[in-house]
Design a protein around this ligand. Sequence first.
Ligand code: UTP
Length: 290
Amino acid sequence: MNELKKAIIPIAGLGTRMLPATKAIPKEMLPIAGKPIIQYVVEEAVEAGFKEIVFITHSSKTSVENHFDTSFELEAELEKRVKRSLLDEIKAISNLKVVIHSIRQGKALGLGHAILCAKSILNSNEPFAIILPDMLIDGPNKINNLSKMRKEYDLTGKSSILLGKAKKKDIKKYGIAKVNKNKLNHETDIVIKIIEKPSLKNAPSNLFAVGRYVFSYDLIEFLSKTKFDKSGEIQLTDAIESFLKKNQVNAHYLKGNFYDCGDKIGNLIANIEYSKKDPILKKAILNHLK
Ligand code: UTP
């Protein structure tokens, strides 16, 4: 069985929910408690044991790639000004133990199309993870949900989807799953259906795909056969729905909190909650909130 090494992170979307902030700045570079969203996500993947990151990107998003590259001028200047801790923090970003690849998605033709763009970089039969960078996950006691999914794949070869509980009002925003539950052991629950953005009435549950997936290579075959929908996009959910019918996909239940940083309120809440945990910002933000 092929080892799970690559995490695909699609960042080629337009980020319309965050306009006007995202007119000239990639959504993924917006800060949460002073750190760009994408840095949290790449650090999560590295910590989970992924060796390679594949950004599916767009010409307007070069600052994301630059963020993970060495910045000689900045480093020299921080050295000159003896800003040691800042220098260490900046160097650590480009020293992350991971290989970063970039593939262009010329036009935003949907999340499924974005993932399909990674086909050329995957070896034959190579499994992969998908990480949606808008969703930040804060596991309790530093639990890394993705790490658990990666380890399970390496042991069993089973694909998996991370599921969280959506509030009723948010069900229409996400991919909602139907799960075959094993009453004796929820570790072996299986996802049997997934519906993109259903109405509350049609939703099979309140369990939504949080944006962390592990798939065997076969998903690429299903994506290749998925047709463009009415809005001219290839939907990832459509390919997963076909994949589920032929392959076992385990349900993983989210441990911790999630923050949808792709919309204005989620982004603001994430800023408050992450600041409350940051050793430098904590005191000032708690005082302010009082
Ligand atoms: P979203 O549904 O959040 O779309 O995509 P978006 O364009 O980023 O944001 P809104 O809805 O207009 O505000 C989920 C992820 O998939 C990527 C996005 O960059 C985001 O990380 N994506 C989406 C692509 O890479 N390509 C696409 O064609 C669509």
